[in-house]
Design a protein around this ligand. Structure first.
Ligand SMILES: [Zn+2]
Ligand SMILES: [Zn+2]
Length: 135
């Protein structure tokens, strides 16, 4: 029951830490503890029903997709998006790596759409201030 709820929430979020899952689920499942979330996700990982996404190393980033895949990571908000690079691209990257093997997927870093939009709006409001006449 709790396992189903955790799995369902992770599938909705696609990527989440245990703390995020807890924060999302706790309001509707007051009996759910942080420890229970840790226990449930550890078991799901063991069974291969979920995977691990690249993270900053401070907290495990759980991935609803257990299969090897690539990611786009936003350096502003830390958001992750699943992508699947073509085999030929991975082969081209691998060719430059020699004996260092690409194994757990490739992470591309950049700025996500919503962060880019927020930055643009900030820039625009900056322009507006600059356009105001000096008094
Ligand atoms: Zn972002
Ligand atoms: Zn992923």
């Amino acid at each position: 029951m709790q396992t189903d709820a955790v799995l369902k929430t992770l599938r909705e979020l696609r990527h989440a830490t245990n703390m995020t899952l807890y924060a999302v689920l706790h309001p509707t499942m007051p009996t759910l503890s942080v420890q229970a979330v840790h226990r449930i996700t550890a078991r799901l990982l063991e069974r291969g029903e979920i995977g691990l996404a690249p993270s900053d190393g401070r907290q495990l980033m759980l991935d609803a997709n257990p299969h090897t895949h690539d990611h786009f990571a936003c350096t502003s908000c830390g958001g992750l998006m699943d992508i699947q690079l073509p085999e030929s691209t991975i082969a081209a990257i691998q060719a430059q790596l020699g004996r260092n093997l690409v194994r757990d997927g490739i992470v591309l870093n950049g700025r996500c759409e919503s962060c880019a939009q927020a930055a643009e709006e900030e820039e625009m409001s900056g322009h507006m201030i600059r356009l105001e006449p000096l008094s």
